[in-house]
Design a protein around this ligand. Structure first.
Ligand SMILES: [Fe+2]
Length: 166
């Protein structure tokens, strides 16, 4: 019985799908999951705290964006699991992996928009590197997932910047 359980665990950690260096891919995905999660927290915080003339547009846009980020975090984590690695579950670990800084102050609505646009840009740059890593390791499923994520973040940048355009 114990041997069967051990074998099942080993099989979960070692899918024989022909992908080399699953550890590197999982590390790459973990960093992108951390970016997604921290950006989700910041986006939802702004959704709650925004005030002023931009309230209606920014309150609505941030809701759409944090819902997307929440679903994306699940997809990224499940891709890590499909590669046989554990997904990060600690916020402390995610903070150590992310390029997104926390915002604990009370930014103006304009600064919220600028901060989010800048953060989405940073995530797009990381995603571009991530796609290259996935393509180099011939992990098409991860490359597809990250390419789809890049499209969301690029659209988010456009929509945020359009709010501030004069
Ligand atoms: Fe809400």
């Amino acid at each position: 019985m114990t041997n069967v359980v051990l074998k099942a665990t080993a099989d979960v950690e070692n899918p024989k799908t022909g992908i080399e260096n699953r550890k590197r891919l999982a590390g790459n995905l973990s960093a992108l999951l951390a970016d997604t999660y921290l950006l989700l927290v910041k986006t939802q915080g702004y959704h709650w705290n925004v005030v002023g003339p931009l309230f209606v547009s920014l309150h609505g846009l941030t809701e759409e964006q944090y819902e997307n980020l929440f679903e994306a975090a699940d997809e990224l984590a499940e891709r890590i699991r499909a590669l046989g690695h554990p997904a990060p579950t600690s916020i402390t670990e995610m903070i150590s992996l992310t390029v997104i800084s926390e915002d604990t102050g009370s930014a103006s609505a304009e600064d919220m928009v600028s901060n989010l646009a800048r953060d989405h840009e940073a995530v797009v740059r990381r995603l571009r590197e991530g796609v290259e890593i996935a393509e180099d390791l011939r992990d098409m499923a991860t490359a597809d997932l990250l390419t789809e994520r890049m499209q969301f973040h690029e659209q988010a940048i456009w929509m945020l910047r359009a709010i501030l355009a004069k």
